[in-house]
Write a protein that binds this ligand. Structure first.
Ligand code: ADP
Length: 355
């Protein structure tokens, strides 16, 4: 792990009716693309605003480069910010917008010009210096906002849902662009989004938030494949959450019963036989048709619904114990609505949840 650039220590922040940060502790490494992910109202923006200095925590510490900044005003924190609204100066050109922060820091004309073209080149707007900022498309305006924020070489760049106002295709393109720009500059990015795909695509690590609490903090693949809590599992599309019962336990292994079958899970935890346990299985790890036949665990299910989603097809299945799951396949599988099908999976597809 690289050196820590940001540390939150037991940060609390409450409003009249809600909690935006509950004893929140986390550390971000220098150069990381770190994402705060959670549903609307989970505290993401407030946490970012506290890091920026626009809100003050009720208690706890916020350390940037090892120094507690809770009492340091925003303009002394040397942070860049990009929001959903581009907030460009409408009466200024692209170059004037990008140069704004540099001029106010008293840099010379030559240096400012050089830095402006460097930044515009970085964000893919080379040669656009003279354009009026507001005649640009949404995607281009966001690039200008990004160039403006990065021009002053901030210690960290804070981005709050910066792509939400863009339409799907441009948003996807900008995801790749943002990641490229982050890699090229090596700047630490703190990114806020409610969009799981955006978080998975760009981040080095993601913290999942629920009512101001860090539910899980991990690399995208770990969060996606191995959610630790029911909340994280349910937050990601395509993950089935089921109730199981511990059938037997020993040597860090559990036999878990659900849907009329048992699976062995080898994650080192202990639990008493008979205990209830939550578990998660991703839809793409549940197989139907030919693929089910070669799986170590197979169970009988009823096909309740088939939903065509383009690349994937979702099969909603009723299990013997009354629970239901969705299996995802790229193929049209045999079976009719209401008919019997076999669903198969491997023991390793089963993830045990902490709550
Ligand atoms: P998110 O960014 O995850 O949508 P926010 O940080 O914006 O969440 O908000 C977290 C909670 O705090 C929400 O319930 C919101 O209504 C509340 N909140 C945010 N700012 C204020 C404020 N200035 N006054 C009162 N409540 C606020």
């Amino acid at each position: 792990m690289t050196a820590t650039i940001l540390e939150l220590r037991r940060v609390c922040k409450g409003f009249e009716r809600t909690i935006a940060a509950a004893e929140l502790s986390l550390a971000v490494g220098r150069g990381e693309f770190f994402t705060f992910l959670g549903p609307s109202g989970s505290g993401k923006s407030t946490i970012l605003r506290m890091i920026a200095g626009l809100e003050r925590p009720d208690s706890g510490q916020i350390l940037i480069d090892g120094r507690d900044v809770v009492r340091v005003p925003p303009w002394r924190r040397n942070l860049g910010m990009v929001f959903q609204q581009y907030a460009l100066f409408p009466h200024m050109t692209v170059a004037q917008n990008v140069a704004y922060g540099l001029k106010s820091r008293g840099r010379g004309r030559r240096e400012v010009e050089r830095r402006v073209s460097e930044m515009l080149e970085l964000v893919g707007l080379a040669g656009m210096q003279g354009r009026n900022a507001t005649v640009l498309s949404g995607g281009e305006q966001q690039r200008v906002a990004l160039a403006r924020a990065l021009a002053a070489e901030p210690t960290m760049l804070l981005l709050d849902e910066p792509l939400s106002a863009l339409d799907e295709k441009i948003r996807r393109g900008m995801q790749t662009e943002l990641k490229r720009i982050q890699r090229r500059t090596g700047t630490t990015f703190l990114y806020v989004t409610h969009d799981q795909e955006e978080a998975l695509t760009m981040s080095d690590r993601i913290v999942v938030l629920n009512h101001g609490q860090a539910v899980q903090c991990d690399a995208p693949e770990a969060i996606y494949q191995r959610p630790r809590t029911r909340f994280t599992a349910e937050f990601f599309r395509g993950c089935n959450v089921l109730d199981g019962v511990v059938a037997s336990a020993g040597a860090g292994r559990l036999r878990v019963r659900f849907g009329g079958v048992e699976a062995t899970v080898d994650d080192g935890r202990a639990a008493a036989p008979g205990a209830k346990i939550g578990l998660a299985i991703r839809g793409e790890n549940l197989h139907l048709g030919m693929a089910a036949a070669s799986c170590p665990i197979r169970l009988a299910a009823r096909l309740d619904e088939v939903v065509y989603r383009g690349t994937n097809i979702d099969y909603r299945l009723g299990l013997a114990d009354g629970q239901s799951v969705v299996a995802t396949s790229t193929r049209r599988e045999p079976g009719e609505n209401g008919g019997a099908v076999t669903v198969g999976f491997a023991d390793a597809a089963v993830v045990l949840l902490d709550d």
